[in-house]
Design a protein around this ligand. Structure first.
Ligand SMILES: CC(C)(COP(=O)(O)OP(=O)(O)OC[C@H]1O[C@@H](n2cnc3c(N)ncnc32)[C@H](O)[C@@H]1OP(=O)(O)O)[C@@H](O)C(=O)NCCC(=O)NCCS
Length: 309
């Protein structure tokens, strides 16, 4: 049977194909990201075989990943592997990236998935620093642990409040505050671009999603989470950041503890998050609250020769 490659349609349920695969942020987020990238070279491809969706790939050239690379995602359903579908997707996506004159491409694989890692190595991709996905079972988070995290911070004059604003102007100010914090993550330092305002903003429709830390009128930290349509019981923390001058005072731990309490009380069961293995402060905050590692992922990069660009 022959397979064919095309662009995705709204009917295509990418979450069914891709849910549970490494670093898939959910079809909703991907749709918003590609809507913002419309008009540029970014591409999404789906592969059909015998009327079934068996493969997906994308190349995102804005915003750029670390090192000025395009973000690439390639997935082939286990039942359709070994027929050259992955190779075809890879070649087409690489051509998209080349046409965009980026430094190279970045994708990601499960550290345990040695088959995918060795295919990547055979295609010239190089492994980078590992990041991990951690999960907290919210029912296991005790009120005492929350109190221990929150009390010292509130005693020190920092309040934790939901960012529940109807004002677009206030959201823009929050985004302005988010940008330097994003820039100081290990990924940001390595050149990962932040999501554009519209993509970032489109992820927040419920008042409980963003919790900020304030000293007086100044926002000194923030944590923000998304719902995943494909993971019904789970909320995903997308970002936590604290102003440089306020770090090391327990504010991130307090923000995460209080946010977890709000989610637990609202009936959510699991909270997950991705972090670089070298980002010790956030891993320490997570482990204090009882997060456990569920996935370890390795970024795979492929850089073009300067003459190729
Ligand atoms: C990561 C970040 C949010 C931590 O904020 P913070 O308010 O300083 O964190 P806390 O004060 O709650 O400290 C958390 C833990 O990290 C530990 N820690 C702080 N700095 C550390 C360091 N350099 N190395 C190892 N551990 C460190 C603290 O001791 C604390 O652990 P403990 O409670 O067991 O003592 C902050 O550094 C930041 O904004 N970084 C940039 C954004 C980022 O990388 N966010 C995470 C990815 S989304």
């Amino acid at each position: 049977m022959s397979w064919h490659v095309g662009g995705p349609t709204d009917e295509v349920d990418l979450d069914v194909l891709l849910s549970g695969t490494i670093a898939w942020p959910g079809a909703d987020r991907v749709r918003a990201i590609f809507a913002a990238a419309r008009g540029g070279p970014s591409r999404q491809l789906v592969v059909g075989l015998g009327g079934k969706l068996v493969g997906y790939g994308h190349c995102l050239t804005a915003p750029l990943s670390e090192g000025g690379r395009a973000g690439v995602h390639v997935f082939v359903a286990p039942s359709a592997r070994g027929q050259g579908i992955g190779r075809s997707l890879w070649q087409q996506l690489l051509a998209v990236a080349r046409s965009a004159a980026v430094a190279g491409v970045q994708t990601v694989a499960d550290v345990e998935d040695r088959r995918s890692c060795s295919i990547a190595a055979a295609h010239g991709l190089i492994e980078g620093p590992v990041r991990r996905e951690s999960m907290l079972e919210l029912a296991l988070l005790s009120d005492t642990a929350i109190e221990q995290a929150v009390r010292p911070v509130s005693d020190a004059g920092v309040s934790l409040v939901l960012f529940d604003s109807g004002s677009e102007e206030a959201w823009r100010r929050l985004y302005e505050g988010f940008l330097p914090l994003h820039g100081s993550t290990p990924d940001g330092v390595a050149g990962r671009e932040p999501p554009p305002y519209e993509t970032w903003r489109s992820g927040f429709s419920e008042p409980w999603q963003v919790l900020v830390a304030r000293r007086g009128k100044t926002t000194v930290g923030m944590t923000m989470a998304f719902v995943r349509k494909d993971l019904a019981s789970r909320v995903v923390t997308f970002f936590t950041g604290v102003a440089a001058a306020e770090r090391g005072k327990g504010i991130a731990t307090a923000l995460k503890a209080e946010h977890a309490r709000l989610m637990r009380d609202a009936g959510w069961q699991h909270l997950s998050t991705w972090n670089m293995e070298g980002n010790l402060p956030i891993l320490a905050a997570n482990s204090k609250l009882g997060f456990v590692t569920i996935t370890r992922a390795v970024p795979l990069t492929f850089d073009f020769e300067a003459s190729d660009r």
